[in-house]
Design a protein around this ligand. Structure first.
Ligand code: FES
Length: 152
């Protein structure tokens, strides 16, 4: 699945016309753990910024690095990848694959002149709704610090 190049942008002007930056974060969540954690955060009304656009995948190991770069060069300011904790992946080694790919993604970010803060990999289990909210909040804050994607 490739994020649409016509991703909606979040507000960049306040009512006074002053510019401010609200990053758009594509969040890949594995079906078995992280997506459930995000759902739990929602149902338990744990607050986190509305900047994330969630994409549910079967496993974090199924997300090719090209999808991360595609997102960041087509409107997203950051990509958050969430999967099961190590040892808990329902496909045994999928999250280890995602972990190995994080190194490749770091090199690709450099090639594309993108800051490493624009990508983050986290393990979030199904019962960790508050942790998902915390990670999502931290991701928004870290991308705010580096600013909008130069590809916008
Ligand atoms: Fe969750 Fe593989 S099933 S990371």
């Amino acid at each position: 699945m490739t994020p649409n190049s016509a991703l909606p942008t979040l507000g960049t002007l306040d009512t006074l016309g002053t510019s401010h930056f609200e990053p758009l974060i594509i969040t890949y969540c594995c079906y078995w753990c992280s997506y459930t954690a995000a759902d739990l955060a929602g149902t338990s009304r744990t607050q986190y910024p509305p900047n994330t656009r969630m994409i549910r995948v079967q496993c974090s190991g199924m997300v090719h690095p090209n999808l991360v770069i595609d997102a960041l060069t087509n409107g997203a300011d950051g990509v958050l990848m969430c999967g099961c904790h190590e040892g808990d992946c329902h496909y045994r080694e999928g999250n280890l694959r995602a972990k190995a790919r994080a190194d490749a993604i770091a090199m690709m970010l450099e090639d594309f002149n993108l800051e490493p803060e624009r990508y983050r990999l986290e393990w979030v289990s199904a019962s960790e709704g508050p942790r998902f909210a915390q990670v999502a909040t931290e991701m928004v804050e870290q991308v705010k610090k580096v600013g909008p994607s130069p590809y916008k």
